[in-house]
Write a protein that binds this ligand. Structure first.
Ligand code: ADP
Length: 385
């Protein structure tokens, strides 16, 4: 559809408290297209907007960010769940430009500065917002299809592994006595190999699905996340007589389930990669400016320097660990989770002297840092370092 047609068929919901100013926006909207076809519904609160969205379909939402109690931002969040195909353009002032960026992060497509809305600017913003939304929807459809494919492929790949295990057990039972011991041993190893392959398929599926549900961050205690991870690792911790020292950890703004996955992987590795000693693991935090740095120190075999960056890539394992079971996906998963929280992860280690894994997490919700200078600092620290 070309720009003219797009503008002519607009059905707009305008959410703006001030009726006089709303009239000005409506006039501008009517000016850029055929006023008879261009339908604008004006409401003055988010409650009225919810009510309209429940009963009608709109091709565009204009939303004034100066509604009371940040309710405009809540409306954007809600629309992503209830009416995800509507493009949103927010209206604000230069002083509140940081808030506009927050609105974009929450799902708005564009913003316009009040008092500076010209005809070409308005047409451009509408056109871009509609196109951006279309592309976003098509991308999310492709992701859904890929996810469905990954699940089906994982299921179909795992099914024959169960048969391999079953058939090898039957052959051993039926004909085991007539076999050479070396052949019997080979048959015995088949279920173990099938088990490893199944674990690799499960890990690959978990890695590819990670983050697709979206983060659900909150102000959380890391102690609770570690506790939950240790419960899942209980057998391993007991079998290896591991000691885990946990100090009082700072609060962070993170997704509690994903933090549990992070600790499950890092503490699990710290228990696994030891030689001839019981694992001793210490977990502590350091309170930085806008971040908390988490440290997980072990007394394990350590990691050669040239491997210390590579091990965070998928399917990479360090050369000194080929005798240990693993798929090489745990740290890649951890890195993906930490980076989704605007954090970073690294390791300091030397072979024979243990390793310390470090990662950073935000203390506050990055989206509530409205002061543009603070937000700039935050982005610089988290994404560019
Ligand atoms: P996996 O443990 O399944 O192989 P990970 O992605 O968790 O996969 O780890 C990648 C590699 O990093 C491991 O194979 C191992 O070589 C190395 N590694 C991770 N954690 C430690 C640790 N605490 N001590 C020594 N080596 C480690």
């Amino acid at each position: 559809m070309n720009l003219e047609n797009q503008l002519e068929e607009l059905k707009v919901l305008l959410v703006k408290e001030n009726t006089d100013r709303a009239k000005r926006v409506i006039t501008q909207l009517n000016e850029i297209s055929d006023a008879k076809k261009n339908r604008v519904t004006h409401v003055t609160s988010t409650d009225e907007a919810f009510a309209c969205l429940e009963v009608d379909n709109y091709s565009l939402l204009f939303l004034d960010l100066s509604l009371p109690d940040n309710s405009a931002l809540d409306l954007i969040t809600l629309i992503q769940k209830t009416a995800p195909s509507i493009p949103i353009i927010v209206l604000s002032t230069w002083e509140n430009e940081a808030l506009c960026n927050t609105a974009i992060q929450k799902g708005a497509q564009d913003y316009l500065i009040k008092g500076e809305i010209s005809k070409p600017l308005l047409s451009r913003a509408i056109h871009h917002s509609i196109e951006r939304k279309k592309q976003l929807l098509s991308l999310s459809l492709q992701i859904d299809n890929l996810q469905a494919f990954a699940k089906a492929a994982s299921h179909d790949l795992k099914a024959p592994l169960g048969n391999i295990k079953m058939i090898s057990e039957i052959v051993i039972e039926e004909a085991g006595d007539h076999m050479e011991s070396s052949v019997r041993e080979m048959l015995h190893s088949l279920p173990v190999i099938a088990g490893r392959l199944k674990k690799l398929i499960d890990d690959l599926l978990q890695f590819s699905m990670l983050g697709q549900e979206g983060l659900e961050p909150d102000h959380i205690s890391l102690n609770t996340a570690i506790q939950a991870a240790c419960e899942l690792l209980e057998m391993q911790i007991q079998n290896q007589k591991a000691t885990i020292n946990i100090g009082h950890l700072d609060e962070v703004y993170a997704d509690p389930d994903l933090m549990m996955t992070v600790f499950q992987n890092l503490v699990g590795n710290a228990c696994k990669y030891v030689k001839d000693v019981a694992p001793i693991i210490s977990i502590s935090t350091k309170n930085e400016d806008q971040f908390v740095t988490v440290m997980i120190q072990d007394n394990g075999i350590g990691i050669p320097e040239k491997e210390q960056q590579r091990i965070f890539n998928p399917l990479i394992r360090a050369v000194n660990t080929c005798d240990y079971e693993g798929t090489g996906l745990g740290l890649a998963m951890v890195k993906k989770i930490i980076e989704a929280h605007y954090g970073k992860i690294w390791v300091e280690s030397s072979p024979g002297n243990g390793s310390t894994f470090f990662f950073t997490l935000p203390k506050l919700n990055p989206q509530t840092i409205h002061d543009s200078k603070d937000q700039q600092n935050f982005n610089q620290i988290s994404l560019l370092d």
